[in-house]
Design a protein around this ligand. Structure first.
Ligand code: AMP
Ligand code: ZN
Length: 128
């Protein structure tokens, strides 16, 4: 778990691993992916929550997430994604440098994908 910039795994990501970047945001492949091309988009500035960013930085993180999502669709024909933010430790955040998960999904990668992000609380996921 990253408490500060000094020990943060994302602040020390080798720029060679960046797949896209701008003044305010960086995208790189997740080191422990749950799907092929699982990508993280982070602000350049070390903050724990996306909502600690100013509005223009936040906009740039989402712009880069959009670029990554479109690139994955165009280059690899991926048609579905889970786009996720674990905002805070009780919500499952393990690296305290804000990030957006861009997780490609393909038909058949789970027995029943219905509910998607609702499965963060498995007992409550099913409403149908
Ligand atoms: P979260 O649980 O939302 O904080 O997600 C943290 C993500 O960071 C996980 O998906 C990890 O696989 C990923 N991760 C942790 N350490 C590294 C690292 N050194 N390089 C790349 N990805 C990492
Ligand atoms: Zn950091």
């Amino acid at each position: 778990m990253a408490e500060s910039r000094d020990t943060c795994p994302f602040c020390s990501i080798d720029p060679k691993r960046w797949i896209a970047s701008s003044d305010a945001a960086i995208a790189f492949l997740d080191g422990f992916p749950i799907a092929e091309h699982h990508t993280l988009v982070i602000p350049q500035r070390h903050v724990a929550s996306l909502f600690d960013l100013d509005v223009s930085e936040q906009a740039e993180v989402w712009r880069l997430a959009s670029e990554v999502r479109h690139r994955l669709a165009d280059e690899f024909g991926i048609e579905a994604f889970n786009i996720g933010v674990n905002d805070g430790v009780p919500a499952g955040q393990t690296v305290l440098h804000a990030h957006v998960h861009v997780i490609p999904r393909v038909t058949g990668d789970s027995d029943d994908p219905r509910g998607g992000i609702r499965w963060v609380i498995p007992d409550k996921a099913r409403y149908w």
